[in-house]
Every structure is written in structure tokens, then in C-alpha cells.
Design a protein around this ligand. Structure first.
Ligand code: ZN
Length: 156
């Protein structure tokens, strides 16, 4: 990665960390879950409004470090309007990119979204930070699985 790109990525993460998008509770969510990362102290609640097989709306609340906040903000931006299947594919791809895992094939339609998440992949070099970056996604997955029961997931 060249220095200009690294700087651009840092700016994007800082911007989303300071001015998170979709940072509020949903009035009529269909799915809710909380994520807690004890290592860093990040706490995030993810709200979904699922309509059929689509994510009609998604938002989050909470307190966390710049990385977890930026990751949640960027996640809500790419997930809005996606099908649940596409959202799961994006999570798998993102997870593989930040952990150095094996990349699976991705539909062309999702490439742009993966690019938008790329600024966060710098955490790969910092294992503790990986938990911050993936926490919102794990809360999102927990929300999908638990509906309105509002499960809490914890990073190990
Ligand atoms: Zn954190």
C-alpha cells in the first residue's frame, strides 16, 4: 500500500469514528443485538429492520474506540438495502480480509462495497484491533440470529 492510500484510509476511519453514520436506535426494529469487546471496552447495539429478505434499515448505538465506531458506521452504510444473503457474504469477505483468512469468490455486485470497507483492513497487523473491527459485524450476525430477543455476544 502506498503512503497516499494509507493516509486516505486513515482519514476515512477517523471521519467515521468521529462522525458515525446511522448512529441512533431504530424506532421499529425487527432484530436487535449487542456486542461487547471486553479487551477494549467497546459496546455496540445493532438494530435491523428486515423486510422480507432485505435489510430495509440498519443503525447502531454504543460507545467504543474509533475503530469499532468506524467499523459500525461503514457497516451500516454498506448493509442498507442489501439482501440478507449478500450481507452474510460481505461479512465473510470482510472477516477474511481483516484476519488474513481465505477469500471466497464474491459476486461482482458486491465489489464496490468491499472496496468501501477496505480502509479498515489495516487492522490486520494488530490482532487486538481485529476484534474492534469485527465486533459490529458479529453483533449484526447475532441480531439476524436472535430477532428481537436481543442477544449479547462477547469477543473472547
Ligand atoms: Zn475497540
Amino acid at each position: 500500500m502506498n503512503d497516499d492510500l494509507r493516509e486516505l484510509y486513515q482519514d476515512i476511519v477517523l471521519d467515521h469514528g468521529r462522525h458515525p453514520r446511522n448512529f441512533h436506535a431504530l424506532e421499529h426494529p425487527t432484530h436487535v443485538a449487542r456486542g461487547h469487546n471486553p479487551l477494549c471496552g467497546d459496546r455496540i447495539t445493532v438494530y435491523l429492520q428486515v423486510d422480507g429478505d432485505k435489510i430495509a434499515d440498519v443503525s447502531f448505538e454504543g460507545r467504543g474506540c474509533a475503530i469499532s465506531t468506524a467499523a459500525a458506521s461503514l457497516m451500516t452504510e454498506v448493509l442498507k438495502g442489501k439482501t440478507i444473503a449478500a450481507a452474510r457474504q460481505l461479512f465473510a469477505q470482510f472477516h477474511a480480509r481483516v484476519t488474513g483468512g481465505e477469500l471466497s469468490a464474491l459476486p461482482e455486485a458486491l465489489e464496490e462495497d468491499v472496496e468501501r470497507l477496505e480502509p479498515l483492513t489495516g487492522v490486520r497487523a494488530y490482532p487486538v484491533r481485529v476484534k474492534c473491527a469485527t465486533l459490529p459485524w458479529r453483533a449484526f450476525e447475532a441480531a439476524l440470529n436472535s430477532g428481537l430477543a436481543g442477544d449479547t455476544i462477547k469477543t473472547e
